[in-house]
Design a protein around this ligand. Structure first.
Ligand SMILES: [Zn+2]
Length: 433
């Protein structure tokens, strides 16, 4: 299994300058190759006798001309531009396979990074050796043993990190106590609610640092406005495309402080998510979560900040890979599964339950529900039913808990697989009896 360990670096000034240069060279090579790819493809379309562009050809082409045309590229390791073009090749493969969008040009200051292949660097203890530079100190040593695949040096705000990818083989972690199966509802008020009723409070970093964020952003936008006017752009007008506006030293400083604040908020959020996902995968064999349509929800502006705060997509990513480490199972209930709107006691569906309602009473069985706890219980019931379905030995109890299945069928849930339909047929048989 490929695992990446991201470690903060402690570069001195000279090393940080080298990193900036190497990122610049990698970005240039990537963008050069992308432009070249586009033009060669256009030529190929006009005359199919000419070959299509490819990653290896572009690397040879750049190597042939770089000494003459881009001599500054030689200041850093030749691996940086090479790996950038290899990554472009991968981006195109992902695009052709329908996994990703068409590759776009990289922007300065956005995800600055360069990658080294495993024959180009060496990790010994808390140090990494970078070609043309020497040893750079790391904050900690790499935690995974196994074959080292590659290393990517990247920047977040003003800090440098190296992400070392290792093929660690079978990474089965120690499995701690297992409490079987649970449902987890990710919420807006609490970070997560488990089916047994425990609530994990979220750190909500955005809220507590929001005021500082607002003040800094306002300050920066005022300074940018001044810079625009000084550069001769009408106030309130957008900067023309391709035009560079010189920034004052103060606005540079504010920009950096803002970047650091954003990074800090992201760190706080990630810390809470990592603790939650580690705890869940340690304690439970099977974890049932809702397969949230994160993109759709973020489009709803009022919900957006809370959801971004919690990082639902990241939660799911972490849970899936940690479950694989510990040989746990994660079940995803489809988008249309009414986890919040169904009563976990009688299975009745509330048609209207706005998000602001945190507690409600079922009109049919008069049970008082906490919104998130109820949803977690529904997810648990769904997961049990699903498991019983896959085991194809759906007992009457499992069927009793699968009350929600008819609803899913009636509303045309798309994600019904073999196991699901099996279960439903079993359910209808029981009802006939
Ligand atoms: Zn009810």
């Amino acid at each position: 299994m490929l695992s990446a360990h991201r470690i903060a670096l402690k570069p001195n000034n000279k090393q940080a300058t080298y990193f900036k240069k190497a990122c610049g060279v990698a970005r240039f090579a990537y963008n050069w190759a992308l432009a070249e790819w586009k033009s060669q493809y256009a030529v190929h379309q006009a005359d199919p006798a000419l070959s299509k562009p490819n990653e290896a050809g572009l690397r040879r082409q750049l190597n042939a001309i770089k000494r003459e045309h881009f001599p500054w590229m030689l200041e850093v390791t030749k691996n940086a531009p090479q790996m950038a073009i290899i990554q472009l090749g991968q981006a195109f493969r992902n695009f052709f396979a329908g996994r990703a969008k068409y590759p776009r040009f990289r922007k300065k200051g956005v995800d600055d990074r360069f990658t080294l292949s495993n024959d180009q660097f060496k990790v010994v203890g808390k140090r990494i050796r970078i070609p043309c530079l020497g040893w750079v100190r790391m904050r900690e040593s790499v935690r995974f043993g196994g074959k080292v695949i590659s290393a990517t040096v990247s920047r977040t705000a003003d800090r440098w990190f190296v992400s070392v990818t290792v093929d660690a083989g079978d990474l089965s972690c120690r499995s701690a106590e297992s409490q079987g199966i649970t449902g987890v509802d990710l919420g807006v008020s609490a970070l997560a609610t488990l089916a047994d009723g425990t609530k994990k409070p979220g750190p909500r970093p955005h809220k507590s640092l929001l005021r500082r964020l607002r003040r800094l952003s306002r300050s920066l936008s005022r300074k940018l406005e001044t810079a625009k006017v000084l550069a001769g752009v009408e106030p309130g007008e957008a900067i023309p495309k391709g035009r560079r506006i010189p920034l004052s030293q103060n606005s540079r400083k504010i920009k950096q402080r803002l970047a650091r604040l954003h990074a800090r908020i992201a760190n706080i959020r990630n810390d809470a998510l990592h603790k939650l996902t580690t705890d869940l995968t340690r304690r439970y064999n099977t974890i049932v979560i809702e397969d949230l349509n994160v993109n759709g929800m973020v489009r709803n502006r009022r919900l957006a900040r809370s959801i971004m705060d919690m990082g639902f997509g990241e939660f799911r990513r972490q849970l899936l890979y940690k479950a694989a480490w510990r040989r746990r199972q994660v079940l995803l209930a489809g988008h249309f599964f009414p986890s919040s709107k169904a009563c976990s006691e009688c299975g009745g569906i509330m048609t209207d339950l706005p998000l602001s309602v945190r507690k409600w009473t079922c009109p049919e069985c008069r049970t008082n529900h906490d919104r998130d706890h109820n949803a977690a219980k529904n997810l648990l019931a769904w997961g049990r039913a699903k498991l019983a379905g896959t085991a194809s030995s759906a007992g009457s109890q499992a069927c009793g808990e699968a009350r929600l299945w008819p609803w899913l069928q009636g509303h045309g849930e798309t994600g019904l697989d073999e196991a699901g339909s099996q279960l439903c047929s079993c359910l209808s048989r029981n009802e006939q009896v």
